[in-house]
Design a protein around this ligand. Structure first.
Ligand code: PLP
Length: 394
């Protein structure tokens, strides 16, 4: 089957709810993917920050194959070893979040975190504390609760009524936050860097301010680390750069290297309000997905997290040197954005694709890059060269 044939078949049978590019990918290896016509691309979007340790990583593949020989699925009616092993590895990386719940995606993890926060207040005798403070331009997912917490009206319009109790503030504005957090606040929910908003970090010290205000008013601090977690920014979790601890945090995307998995981590006293029957997921903690994630965690612990810091600096320098209509860059570790001075991001993405580089546009003036964390220095330099050519010719 050719690329074009597969694209046509997709168009005639699948829901047309994605802005899918006319490329049918059939194989991947490390930082590279191959389409049905045999053309190869340097993958600098990595399944949107998901293929964290490279395509077809042998360690993840071996973990999956070994687990496939043993047990694929059993549900949470029974204990399965990879799920426990993964929970131990994840919680070992956090000073305070010592309990884990597993699901299948980022939006589900956020849904669980919202329910956990509401239930925590109810169980602790404060059912009136229902307001969850969220942020403009945030993105937390597409299910109703996560969508209600997402500060982008374009995703919400036409799907109402949405769950109530979500109020939006300007991300990074300390005065607004100070005025908003009160005895009615159930939780403050935010991304340590707003990914879908164009890789927007908050001002330094902002997360610490959120922590301080939550402590002062008895609200929970909820971090969505779906995009920023699992080594992506050069720390296991992005909030660790700011030396603060949330009360709960969600993970997904890169957690299992591209195998679907989501996680909610929480403090012991918060997690305990989910008693048997309060929340569940049939596939959550599935042995195949959690075995893959254990292999990812092992790779991260073998120097990969530290390597991301150096690789991120190299990519940052490469992007900063592009010039022309590229007016700058921002980000942390290997979650980065190239900023453009004109509305040409989709054209730059298309041109880059023709040249053999996959990146993605977030809005008209931002190109996002989230390559596998295993990307080599040569691949980073090559990507910067190709992007320079794409910006010049888009
Ligand atoms: N939260 C953040 C910060 C995200 O970036 C995303 C996806 O882009 C989600 C949640 C939703 O994750 P999923 O698509 O796995 O449901």
């Amino acid at each position: 089957m050719t690329n074009q044939e597969l694209v046509q078949r997709a168009q005639s049978v699948l829901f047309q709810n994605y802005r899918t590019q006319p490329v049918a990918l059939v194989r991947g290896e490390g930082s590279w993917v191959f389409d049905a016509d045999g053309k190869r691309y340097l993958d600098f979007i990595g399944g949107i920050a998901t293929v964290s340790v490279g395509h077809a990583n042998p360690r993840v593949r071996d973990a999956l194959m070994e687990q496939a020989r043993l047990l694929w699925h059993a549900s949470n009616l029974y204990v399965t070893e990879p799920q426990i092993r993964l929970a131990e590895k994840l919680t070992a990386q956090s000073r305070t979040l010592k309990r884990a719940f597993f699901c299948n995606s980022g939006t589900e993890a956020n849904e669980a975190m919202i329910k956990l926060a509401r239930h925590y207040q109810v169980v602790n005798g404060r059912p009136d504390r229902i307001e969850i403070l969220c942020f403009h331009n945030s993105f937390h997912g597409r299910t109703m609760g996560s969508l209600a917490a997402t500060g982008q009206p374009k995703y919400q319009q036409g799907f109402g009524p949405l769950p109530q109790g979500f109020r939006f503030l300007d991300y990074g504005n300390v005065e607004q936050l100070q005025a908003a957090v009160s005895g009615q606040t159930c939780a403050v929910m935010l991304e340590p860097i707003q990914g879908e908003a164009g890789v927007m970090p908050p001002p330094r010290g902002y997360l610490a301010k959120v922590r301080e205000l939550c402590d002062k008013h008895g609200a929970l601090m909820l971090l969505d680390e779906v995009q920023t977690g699992m080594g992506r920014t050069g720390a296991y979790f992005a909030h660790q750069h700011e030396r603060i601890e949330p009360d709960a945090m969600t993970l997904a995307k890169g957690i299992a290297g591209g195998v679907p998995l989501g996680a909610l981590l929480a403090r012991e006293d918060v997690a305990k309000v989910f008693t048997p029957g309060t929340h569940a997921s049939t596939f959550g903690g599935n042995p195949l997905a959690t075995a893959a994630a254990c292999a990812v965690m092992d790779l991260l612990s073998e120097g990969l997290v530290e390597r991301v810091q150096r690789a991120g600096e190299r990519l940052s320098r490469g992007l900063a040197s592009i010039g022309g209509r590229a007016s700058g860059e921002r980000g942390l570790g290997l979650l980065r954005a190239l900023l453009l001075s004109e509305d040409v991001a989709p054209k730059v993405v298309a041109k880059a694709r023709d040249l053999g580089l996959l990146v993605n546009a977030v809005g008209d003036r931002v190109v996002r890059l989230a390559p596998p964390l295993t990307v080599s220095d040569q691949e980073i330099d090559r990507a910067a060269e190709l992007l320079k050519e794409a910006v010049a010719n888009a």
